[in-house]
Design a protein around this ligand. Structure first.
Ligand code: ZN
Length: 550
């Protein structure tokens, strides 16, 4: 059991951190014995814990009493932990003259953490505020240049390693569904369901330019094949026939998505109103954001997707800033789908600190907007579904990979091959840490002139080979809700076996089960072992679970 003392920080941040690192913990109560005492910005009370962790960016009694010199660093810095770089966004301390190699500051090579052992108790002093870091990434998010780092997973991983390296028993419910290695959410924002909605507007002229001239330039740069140039020219020439309704609209790619994804689950976000550009986070209006279609016009297509077991969500315009408008946007889609619970992703990813509250008030069950337009990666530093600080029920399914970020010349501007290589570390992170990889491939991206289908097919093949659970956004969120409802009530060690009492509120046996992971503790002289070993059992409901360690 971990006892936590956190001063000067909202206790809900601490609770949210332990929803992501789901282990046995509580706020410290005087007189209780804890295996691990975690103090954040706080004096250490009388205790007999095996391990005391002292987080904090202010000078503490620990270094004062030992005569350790410290330096305070202001603003974002990078530290290295187990060969992985991790940003610290708040102020932090460097401990001069210490040869601890646990956490090293990138700029100076100085230690950012110090360990000491006295008698049966180990103390580790870390020079930053864990929960302020957690609060920062979940609310402000990470800047684009650090997007590739799953910072929250690294904080969890560091804490887990510190506990295991002291030989303390650890039980957790990892963010990995039973029977699978991780979760994948394939999603599609429906921004342009047909080129026929764009007669003589800027989108049509943009398409003609990119298809006819842009593809030739791309061909000269070896970024397009001759086959792709021909496909784009053919599409441009066929435009009058598409407008006349004689040939198929090449921007309507929903059938092709169903064919490519076949048995896999996916989610489509549909725009509820047309001609409304909404207002951006700076209070301005960009007319180009207005949709030329609304959900009612593609009701037949929506029903077809529902028949194929796809999920339909709201691709919102103003819901993020106005709950009454959000209510209206939600109802417009629910009238067509008949679904009870429904989620949302904002068009152009408009969002601010009040957005979660507005979306919750508007009646949405989850949001999947928290990601980047410009790049791929971890805006919230995590691949786990999480809860924003100011809401009760709404959960956030973070967005990680968006096709337009990979390919737009003004964003990452990658070739097909480069895009595959850029996505690989994210796939590998999710395989290693668990959680969910959320991908957004826009509706028209398979058609001319984008022709981003080859990359998508390769991505699907790579993902399928890793046996994840392909879930709709709503299913993934429900699974995390089930995990959040699970409570580890007690852990009793009996020889070679561990008996864990668990309660689970949410009765969702239609979803994959949860895993109970019991780490076989390390001996302290064996710290360099690369992977901790553990035993697992799976469960779906409340009860006592026995896990054998041998
Ligand atoms: Zn959109």
């Amino acid at each position: 059991m971990i006892g936590v003392i956190a001063n000067g920080i909202d206790q809900s941040t601490v609770a949210e951190f332990f929803e992501l690192f789901k282990t046995l913990w509580e706020f410290w109560r005087p007189g209780t014995r804890y295996d691990v005492l975690l103090c954040s910005n706080s004096p250490v009370p009388e205790n007999d814990a095996s391990l005391v962790l002292l987080y904090g960016s202010q000078r503490q009694a620990f270094e004062v009493s030992r005569g350790i010199k410290t330096r305070s660093i202001r603003g974002t810095g990078l530290v290295t932990f187990r060969d992985r770089r991790m940003p610290i966004y708040g102020n932090f301390l460097l401990f001069d003259g210490q040869d601890d190699k646990l956490l090293l500051h990138d700029g100076t090579g100085a230690a950012t953490a110090v360990a000491t052992v006295s008698g049966p108790q180990a103390m580790i002093r870390l020079g930053f505020d864990l929960f302020e870091e957690v609060h920062h990434v979940l609310t402000q998010g990470q800047p684009v240049e650090l997007a590739s780092i799953p910072t929250l997973e690294l904080h969890i991983s560091l804490l887990r390693q510190l506990i295991l390296s002291q030989g303390v028993a650890l039980v957790e419910i990892p963010p990995v569904p039973a029977g699978y290695r991780f979760i994948v959410c394939l999603t599609h924002d429906i921004d342009h369901p047909g080129v026929r909605y764009h007669k003589f507007d800027h989108t049509m002229f943009g398409f003609l330019y990119r298809a006819v001239i842009g593809s030739v330039i791309q061909f000269c740069l070896a970024r397009r094949s001759l086959r792709q140039v021909a496909a784009n020219w053919k599409a441009a020439l066929s435009l009058p026939l598409v407008f006349a309704g004689i040939v198929k609209d090449f921007w309507n790619q929903l059938d092709r998505y169903l064919k490519l994804e076949n048995e896999l689950a996916s989610t489509f976000f549909v725009i509820p109103t047309k001609g409304d550009a909404g207002i951006d986070p700076k209070g301005r209006t960009n007319p180009r954001r207005a949709s030329p279609y609304d959900a009612a016009e593609i009701a037949d297509e929506i029903k077809k997707l529902l028949c194929a077991n796809r999920e339909i969500g709201v691709h919102g315009i103003d819901a993020w800033r106005d709950s009454a408008k959000g209510d209206d946007e939600r109802e417009r889609i629910q009238e067509i789908t008949g679904a009870g619970d429904i989620g949302v992703r904002m068009h152009w990813l408009y969002f601010d600190s009040q957005a979660p509250l507005m979306l919750e008030k508007a009646g949405f069950g989850y949001d999947s907007t928290f990601g980047y337009n410009e790049t791929i990666g971890y805006r919230a530093g995590t691949a786990q579904v999480f809860k924003h600080p100011n809401v009760d029920h709404l959960l956030e399914l973070p967005l990680h990979i968006m096709d337009t970020a990979l390919f737009y010349p003004s964003y990452m501007n990658l070739s097909d091959e480069q895009a595959g290589a850029a996505m690989l570390p994210l796939i590998e992170n999710t395989t290693g840490f668990g959680g969910v990889l959320t991908i957004n491939w826009h509706d028209r991206s398979l058609g001319p002139e984008r022709l981003w289908g080859d990359t998508y097919v390769t991505l699907l093949g790579d993902l399928r080979a890793r046996t994840p659970w392909f879930a709709t956004a709503a299913q993934a969120v429900s699974w995390f809700r089930k995990r959040r409802s699970a409570v580890i009530e007690s852990v009793i060690l009996e020889g070679d076996s561990v008996r864990v009492k668990i309660s689970v509120d949410e009765d969702k046996s239609n979803l994959p089960g949860l895993r109970l992971r019991v780490h076989k503790t390390w001996s302290t002289n064996d710290r360099i072992r690369p992977r901790p070993e553990y035993a697992e059992a799976t469960f779906n409901q409340s009860g006592e679970i026995d896990v054998t360690l041998s």
